[in-house]
Ligand binder design. Structure first.
Ligand code: FES
Length: 124
């Protein structure tokens, strides 16, 4: 376990998120009402930028491309994306996947993430 400093606690307001690169891994850090969380930055559907997504219901991230929704804390896909008619064959190819999540600790006002400790909620 090795935690890396990512940002100051005050850098991300409650209800906001920010992207960072840690040891080559692009991540999103979220400041929710009960603390900080981190997930991979790319949506596992077709790589949408989750840092440009929307936090909904205080605990889910909605991808800006096809609106898949993921539980920020567990990474679980709570709503998967559907391609529109005409390219629906792609749905069979892009099967539901969860987000990688990473443990976060806040110490002395610093947000730290352990990028080596990948967690997968519902790996397939
Ligand atoms: S890329 Fe995220 S839902 Fe399609």
């Amino acid at each position: 376990m090795s935690y890396t400093n990512v940002c100051a606690e005050s850098d991300i307001a409650v209800g906001e998120l920010a992207k960072y690169k840690v040891d080559g891994e692009s991540i999103v850090v979220y400041h929710l009402a009960d603390g900080f969380y981190a997930t991979q930055k790319s949506c596992p559907h077709t790589f949408g930028p989750l840092d440009r997504g929307k936090i909904i219901d205080g605990n889910k991230i909605q991808c800006p491309l096809h609106r898949a929704e993921f539980d920020i804390k567990s990474g679980e896909a709570v709503k998967w994306a559907n391609f529109p008619p005409g390219i629906q064959l792609l749905n069979a190819l892009r099967k539901q996947k969860c987000l990688k999540t990473f443990p976060v600790k806040v110490e002395n006002g610093q947000v730290t993430v352990d990028i080596s400790d990948v967690r997968l909620a519902n790996a397939s």
